[in-house]
Design a protein around this ligand. Structure first.
Ligand code: NAP
Length: 278
């Protein structure tokens, strides 16, 4: 019988993970399927039991269970521990191990737009939620010169940095208003908030008036594929990167954890892009 993988979260009905993973299994000739399971917080223990018993062979975890699921696992990988959340569960022998592929997946999608040496970069991350934490950890890991987190609720930006800046790197928390006034200092600007996501596609998380034209601007949102934020950045001459690459890469890295096989990321990107109507 083929292996069974899936996504647990709520809601999950619009997820593109099943179509992307099922195609990857087929094209890699792996006998396995991937389904989306809409589960509540009270069902997490049962999911862990299904993974232990072999009824399920591995899962992705999405909102709102990425933190709570950690209580049911035997080991947490270092990246996931720093990020404080798990998006991938792998069974190894008797053990359930939690990984987080969001930060590494994001980094893979961005790195070709950055200079080879990233140590001089001044980076602005807008937003201080779960995704921001993974992205900030990736930038700190890469050793950038300075990382600023700006958030509507400024205290959350400070709390996030306190939790992940374990090596005392150069970081700063600020308000959105302050970030706006010093935007010309940043080489990389990333929107990790949900502002601009369909159906509210005309909204911007931050005005880009002072953006420098050599900047790289990225948005984690992939629906729409080009947000108002990216459109404005492009109009100012910046290089822009949408959230499709992060989505594909985090999925591809989960796939590699489960199967040991590297799936074709270009093929995965085409499937996701087609599904998004691009
Ligand atoms: P989250 O934990 O709920 O965090 C949401 C963030 O957005 C917080 O910083 C919040 O600020 C801010 N925010 C929400 N509404 C706002 C508004 N009206 N004005 C200003 N700030 C606002 O969500 P998340 O899991 O980090 O996800 C954030 C985004 O990343 C979503 O759009 C998600 O789809 C995207 N994402 C993409 C990928 C990918 O693979 N491409 C992966 C993960 C997430 P406060 O703290 O002030 O509330």
């Amino acid at each position: 019988m083929g292996k069974r993988f899936g996504l647990i979260g709520h809601p999950v009905e619009h997820s593109m993970s099943p179509v992307m993973h099922n195609d990857a299994f087929r094209s890699c000739q792996i006998d396995a399927t991937y389904e989306a399971f809409d589960v509540g917080a009270g069902d997490l223990e049962e999911v862990a039991e299904k993974l232990r018993s072999g009824e399920l062979d591995g899962v992705n975890v999405t909102i709102p269970h990425k933190v709570a699921i950690m209580n049911f696992l035997d080991e947490i990988d270092r990246d996931a521990e720093v990020i404080g959340a798990v998006n991938t569960i792998v069974r190894k022998g008797e053990k359930l191990i939690g990984y987080n592929t969001d930060g590494a997946g994001y980094w893979e999608s961005l790195v070709s737009y950055l200079p080879h040496d990233t140590s001089a970069l001044n980076v602005l991350v807008i937003g201080a939620g779960g995704a921001s934490r993974a992205i900030c950890a990736a930038f700190l890991n890469a050793g950038v010169a300075h990382l600023v987190v700006a958030n509507r609720t400024e205290e959350k930006a400070a709390t996030l940095l306190n939790l992940i800046n374990t090596k005392q790197q150069s970081t700063e928390a600020c308000s959105l208003a302050e970030a706006k006034t010093k935007l010309d200092q940043f080489d990389v600007v990333i929107n990790t908030t949900s502002v601009g996501m369909s159906p509210h596609t005309d909204q911007l998380p931050l005005s880009l008036d002072k953006l420098k034209k050599e900047a790289v601007v990225s948005d984690l949102i992939y629906n729409p594929m080009e947000t108002a934020f990216l459109k404005e950045a492009k109009a100012k001459g910046a290089k822009t990167v949408n959230g499709v690459g992060m989505f594909v890469n985090q999925g591809a890295l989960s796939f590699e954890h489960w199967t040991g096989v590297k799936p074709d990321r270009t093929r995965m990107t085409n499937i996701v892009t087609d599904k998004l109507g691009g």
